[in-house]
Design a protein around this ligand. Sequence first.
Ligand SMILES: [Fe+2]
Length: 195
Amino acid sequence: MALTLIDISHLLVTRGNAQYGGEAVSQLEHALQCAHLAELAGETPELVTAALLHDIGHLLAPEGEGAERAGRDGLHQCVALPFLRALLPPAVLEPVRLHVDAKRYLCTAERGYQDALSPASQHSLELQGGAYSVEEAVQFVSQPFAHEAIRLRRYDDAAKVAGRSTPAFEHFMHTLATVTARHALASQMPVALPA
Ligand SMILES: [Fe+2]
């Protein structure tokens, strides 16, 4: 089932108060901080939207414990893609799909990156397959949108500060609506904008 803008808004508002992993922020605070950091860095509306939605898979499939959680931590970046594919272009979907792989890449490519991860992120790294080998890292970074995913990863890592102020949710929903409208025009598909 394809998500609409209203579905996405509803998901973020109604389920976004869940804690973001073991971090000191909620899922919605994390999404807003990540999108804000992308915007401050001068990223395109598409990458700002990717930052806003990169973990929406967690809201579609809330995490349980044990093995079930392990599977989801390794796959949350893919859970949402079938639901978003009709609405958003590859410039949004691909960085979302690759943002966990970007963490595995940075652990190999950048000295000190892994040690600087939060304890919760170090734990999820194990569930996600750990640092890449050099060969895997080279293969990763040669893909389209790998560099956007790496930048998204850096915003993701920094978007965990309790109490940090951000623009309102509506600000980023406007960015999302702009990106979906642009994609619909490019695809010659009708799109229902929120009232
Ligand atoms: Fe995240």
